[in-house]
Design a protein around this ligand. Structure first.
Ligand SMILES: O=C(CO)[C@@H](O)[C@H](O)COP(=O)(O)O
Length: 234
């Protein structure tokens, strides 16, 4: 197995008024990445709705945080027009740029090229209702995505219940792509991590279970141990 565990606390659950110190706190507790949820509720004509109904942070926040840390900023774009955000996020210092296939069926090649040209790592995310086949062309492209993010809740808010039925997608992806970074996001914590780890996820986003814990370092370490242990079985 070439993929290493990456534990990424979701900063959506942090105290936004103290973002830099929250980031340092998580890194000191053992986090590998910082997961940044970018949500902008812009109406999408083709989807006939907002992609999410929440509003979180934009490139200026990434730029500010970048001045305080060299950490990997794992940016998950829950927006209807990700192409508009590539340049601002690249310039702001984002490390990874993950867009949703649901919003990018027609321009994913251009997106991946642009993301890479700005020095970021491209990833693609899929909502619980989207079939896994939708991402195969992006993983197998000449210029491929380097991570698939399988959403384990409906995008929009932290603190939701993990959807175990999404694990089939993780299992299929891990079997098909042994060296691919597979991220899971939503409802991950001590009671759900084994399901995701055994299915083959190696990048774990966790918000409320980490920030809400009396000992966040213990939760981060438990998440990592679960992934490492599961990797011995496949
Ligand atoms: O992208 C999202 C929600 O859309 C996530 O990153 C959540 O922020 C994860 O939070 P928890 O479910 O772990 O509380």
């Amino acid at each position: 197995m070439g993929v290493t565990p990456k534990i990424a606390p979701s900063m959506l659950s942090s105290d936004f008024a103290n973002l830099a110190s929250e980031a340092h706190r998580m890194l000191n507790y053992g986090a590998d990445w910082l997961h940044m949820d970018i949500m902008v509720p812009i109406f999408h004509l083709f989807l006939c709705r907002h992609f999410v109904s929440n509003l979180t942070m934009g490139a200026p926040v990434i730029e500010s945080l970048r001045k305080h840390t060299k950490a990997y900023l794992d940016c998950h774009l829950m927006v209807t027009n990700p192409l508009d955000y590539v340049e601002p996020f690249g310039k702001a210092g984002a490390s990874g740029f993950t867009f949703h296939i649901e919003t990018s069926k027609d321009n994913w090649k251009e997106l991946i090229e642009n993301i890479k040209s700005l020095g970021m790592r491209p990833g693609v995310a899929i909502k619980p209702g989207t079939s896994v086949e939708a991402v195969y062309p992006l993983v197998e492209a000449e210029t491929p995505v380097e991570m698939v993010l399988v959403m384990t809740v409906e995008p929009g808010f932290g603190g939701q219940k993990f959807m175990p039925e999404t694990m089939d997608k993780v299992r299929i992806l891990r079997k098909k792509y042994p060296a691919l970074d597979i991220e899971v996001d939503g409802g991950l914590g001590p009671s759900t991590i084994d399901m995701a780890a055994l299915a083959g996820a190696n990048c774990i986003v966790a918000g409320s279970s980490v920030f809400g814990a009396p000992e966040p370092a213990q939760v981060i370490s438990l998440l990592r141990n679960s992934v490492e242990k599961a990797q011995l079985t496949y």
